[in-house]
Ligand binder design. Structure first.
Ligand code: ATP
Ligand code: MG
Length: 541
């Protein structure tokens, strides 16, 4: 049980909120969700589920300049893909009328005022944490004047930045967020939902807690950077005498070799450093999905990471481990050759096609078996043969033996080379007595290699990925450099591969294990004529 669950179980035992649990996930629709958000989603939806409660999806859409419906749609798709269903879908913008009414109430009670100072003057007045700040010269306006000015702000009489509404919390708190915080700013900007109805927009601190309150949220879970905002969250709920949810903070997820700021991810997309938000190298949920991660593997990752109270950095290899672990259970096995060289079985009949029985998934007997055609000419990996090998090389060598997976033991008898000395074909002989599944012979071979029959292979494009960033902490840069300088120039490699012909777009499977090579998935760029595969993760670390 983590510390958040402890708080909740305590509240349930004490009958707080009638022992009900209601959480929410509150994204700002200004970008696509990333693995950090997945953590928050699993936490909020997971807690609601565990305690028989509800979890809302609320779009924190109070900043019209950066927000868009494209992001709203992608966020919903990603949450559903992760396997969660929200109880209610809300938008902070749906509460603009209520928030405005409450702001007038605070003005009437002498708890808010209109300030004509510029942004710079306001910051300057706040001063430093160790000394009280300076009060605004507009702080003691009458209630009537404040009400009149605030209404005229709303009616569009003043230009952007000329006035703000501030809460009167005092100017001496050591917490700078509690020095007369701004509640509303003037922004003559169209909103993706409310259009041109508003030209004043509430600040995060004035919108978030009240939105939680309106929805009857019991536990408002957020990341640590909001800890210093909590006194203000509490202040507004108290001042307005409304339902008061409990804000609880946990450490945000940080991953090595990964950037998680939406602003920076947007820059990667806009400036074409990646193919899009769903580029398989991106830490976005749609990127992970396209890369071949399963929802289960992402949920397992969130669970394994756990909930911490202090910031830390998780090694990205843990995410890869979780992908591997789940794909091992669900991925269909198949054979593919990425760097081919021809293997010719000299003593195998020219036109013979022998069907070999291959297991689709040794972890799941229900997945059954399939027949794979075996012929005189096969493709094998170039790296599985070495002409001059030392004792540590267990695969095929001149004069040596190896087993062809699901088929026979073969012995290398000769090789063909072109004028430059490159190997063009490897000649072997096979022993018919050694077929897989036959009673064990006393023949020992140290390695089994995979293959694809030349006449029964299709060509596919395979995209191999390395980490998008070359360094563990891409955000840490020297002066004059940016995170872009830390991009890995070799993060994408495209190859042609031979695959079993049975793989097709219409096959129900999307996730495959290319035996001995790694986990791969069919990419959306595939056509009926040519499949495109993304490498999700290698078989071993
Ligand atoms: P970014 O800094 O990437 O723009 P954000 O915090 O501004 O992210 P929001 O849309 O406001 O993004 O986040 C929605 C919810 O997801 C918030 O409750 C936020 O605390 C949580 N969240 C965002 N990033 C992480 C993270 N790395 N780990 C855990 N939770 C996160
Ligand atoms: Mg945010």
């Amino acid at each position: 049980m983590n510390f958040i669950e402890e708080i909740i179980e305590n509240d349930i035992a004490n009958g707080k909120n009638d022992s009900k649990v209601h959480t929410r996930f509150p994204p700002e629709p200004n970008g696509y969700l990333h693995i950090g958000h997945a953590k928050s989603i699993c936490l909020n939806f997971g807690i609601a589920k565990k305690y028989g409660g509800l979890c809302n999806l609320r779009f924190d859409d109070t900043n019209p300049v950066k927000e868009d419906v494209e992001y709203v749609d992608s966020i919903k798709e990603d949450i559903n893909w992760l396997g969660f269903q929200w109880a209610e879908e809300h938008y902070a913008s749906d509460y603009f009328d209520q928030l405005y009414e409450w702001a007038e109430r605070l003005i009437l009670e002498g708890l808010a005022y209109v300030d004509d100072q510029s942004q710079e003057e306001i910051s300057k007045g706040r001063g430093v944490p160790t000394k009280p700040g300076t009060e605004s010269p507009f702080r003691n306006r009458s209630v009537e004047e404040n009400l009149d000015l605030f209404r005229r702000m709303k009616n569009g009489e003043f230009p952007d930045g000329s006035k703000v509404l501030r809460a009167k919390t005092g100017m001496s708190s050591p917490n700078m967020h509690m020095r007369d915080p701004i509640m509303y700013r003037i922004l003559h900007s169209e909103h993706h939902r409310t259009g041109n109805k508003w030209c004043i927009y509430p600040m995060y601190d004035y919108a978030h807690g009240q939105s939680d309150s309106i929805e009857g949220i019991t536990h408002s879970i957020c990341t640590l950077e909001f800890e210093v905002h909590r006194p203000l969250y509490d202040w507004f709920c108290e001042a307005l005498r409304i339902h008061h949810p409990q804000q609880i903070e946990f450490a945000r997820l940080n991953l090595s070799y990964t950037i998680m700021s939406k602003r920076k991810l947007l820059q990667l997309v806009k400036d074409h450093y990646v193919m899009g938000w769903d580029d398989p190298r991106m830490p976005t949920i749609c990127g992970l999905r396209r890369r071949g991660y399963t929802p289960q593997s992402v949920r397992n990752f969130a669970e394994t990471v756990g909930i911490a109270k202090r910031d830390n950095v998780i090694d990205v290899s843990l995410l890869e481990f979780c992908a591997r672990e789940d794909l091992n259970k669900v991925a269909t096995r198949t054979m593919a050759v990425l760097d081919p060289v021809k293997l010719i079985i000299d003593n195998f009949p020219e036109d013979k096609v022998e069907m070999m029985n291959a297991v689709n998934n040794p972890e799941n007997p229900d997945a059954g078996t399939r027949e794979v055609p075996f012929t005189k000419e096969l493709w094998i990996e170039r790296a599985d043969f070495r002409e001059n090998a030392d004792k540590k090389f267990y695969r095929l060598t001149l004069g040596g033996e190896v087993r062809l997976k699901y088929a026979y033991i073969v012995k290398c008898v000769s090789i063909d080379k072109d004028a430059e000395g490159n190997i063009t074909a490897i000649h072997v002989t096979y022993d018919p007595e050694t077929k897989s599944g036959m009673p064990a012979s006393n023949r020992k071979v140290k390695a089994t290699i995979h293959w694809v029959a030349v006449d029964y292979a299709s060509v596919a494009e395979v995209r191999l990925f390395d980490r998008l960033f070359a360094v563990p902490a891409p955000d840490e840069v020297e002066e004059g450099k940016t995170f872009l300088d830390n991009l890995n120039p070799d993060s994408l490699k495209v190859q042609q591969a031979y695959i079993e012909k049975t793989l097709s777009l219409s096959a129900p499977e999307r996730h495959y294990q290319f035996e001995r090579l790694g986990y791969f998935c069919i990419d959306k760029d595939s056509t009926a004529d040519k499949l495109v595969f993304n490498k999700t993760v290698s078989l071993k670390q």
